[in-house]
Ligand binder design. Structure first.
Ligand code: FAD
Length: 307
């Protein structure tokens, strides 16, 4: 019941200001956010890489309101590429971008987001790494998948994300699997209406397994973005059934969530990529993490009263 309320709050400008300014918020936020700057975050990346984990880096930001802000978001990623260059990690450190931070929702935003994303994908390719386009709310899916298809003409390794809660996603998986894409499958983190998305968690999980089966049977590279132990077990079974070697798919989890499980899977020889978000604009990302697990909210509220 609490999840949808928190998700609605994640879009409130007033709450954003209050929560972001509260000094007690910071220690809770740092559980999920690796740092505020790339200087603070790169040692975390190096440490994860040294311990056999891979990363995808997200410079926090979404829903920009003017083209200049979108350019600043693009430049933050170009700065990240330069910071990653000397580490020489190649695809072990890739990047995830939200097209809403590149201007997708502005007038003419599809083309603007494509242009900004192209600059980042080109720079990433220069240092031997890749980019995955995060998926946001359902109104953006057609535009995001079209931008993904366009980017793949020159950079076929560009990744897409699909959300099992959306009714359309099985069809999208069929298209992407046949096209040989890198595809991250997640349950979905936004508040979506019943006209487009399963509302029942169990239905979302069943849809996840159907989508996973399509991706595993296809010619692409599935990226399993989930912390759910049952889905991790199903992935391992499907990999066996479809004859996929350990390097023909990967697990992905969020920084700060089920860390021990991340290390366990890597130690078993799996490719394990940690989605590592950093930056100052953490409100929307943080609120979605609270919505996923009421226990996180309790932890957050407790920290407010015990300070
Ligand atoms: P759940 O059923 O939510 O959780 C299973 C178990 O994992 C829980 O019982 C708990 O033990 C643990 N867990 C899960 N979430 C939390 C948490 N917040 N705090 C503490 N423990 C937790 N969503 C999008 O809509 N678009 C994206 O582009 C996107 N990219 C993602 C990238 C990655 C690498 C991952 C892992 C998730 C991404 N998500 C994205 C979020 C995703 O849609 C889910 O909201 C989120 O992963 C929770 O679902 P779950 O599969 O982990 O299963």
């Amino acid at each position: 019941m609490l999840g949808p309320v928190i998700l609605a709050a994640s879009r409130s400008e007033q709450l954003r200001r209050i929560v972001s300014a509260a000094p007690v918020t910071k220690p809770v936020v740092t559980r999920f956010i690796a740092g505020e700057t790339s200087e603070e975050t790169l040692p975390v990346v190096k440490d994860l890489a040294d311990r056999g984990l891979e990363v995808t880096l997200d410079v926090l930001g979404e829903d920009v309101t003017d083209p200049a802000e979108a350019l600043r978001a693009r430049d933050a990623y170009l700065g990240l590429v330069e910071a990653l260059r000397p580490l020489g990690l190649g695809t072990r450190a890739e990047m995830s971008i939200k097209l809403s931070s590149f201007g997708q929702a502005l007038p003419g935003g599809h083309d603007l987001a494509l242009k900004n994303a192209t600059a980042v994908v080109e720079a990433a390719a220069e240092i031997g790494t890749t980019v995955t386009l995060d998926m946001e709310d359902h109104t953006t899916v057609d535009s995001t998948l079209a931008i993904h298809a366009e980017l793949r003409r020159r950079f076929p390794e560009t990744g897409a994300v699909v959300q099992s809660y959306l009714f359309r996603t099985e069809d999208d998986c069929r298209d992407l699997a046949a096209a040989g894409s890198r595809v991250r499958l997640v349950k979905g983190a936004y508040k979506e209406p019943a006209s487009v998305a399963h509302q029942d968690k169990h239905q979302v999980d069943l849809a996840y397994v159907r989508c996973l089966n399509i991706l595993m049977a296809g010619t692409g590279y599935p990226m399993i973005g989930s912390h759910d132990p049952r889905l991790i077990a199903v992935t391992q079974e499907l990999a066996l059934r479809h004859g996929r070697a350990l390097d023909a798919y990967e697990f992905q989890m969020l920084y700060g969530i089920r860390t021990e499980e991340q290390h366990r899977l890597a130690a078993e020889g799996h490719r394990m990529r940690v989605y590592t978000a950093y930056g100052t604009d953490w409100y929307g990302y943080f609120m979605r993490r609270l919505a996923e697990r009421p226990a996180n909210l309790a932890f957050f509220l407790r920290s407010l009263v015990t300070k």
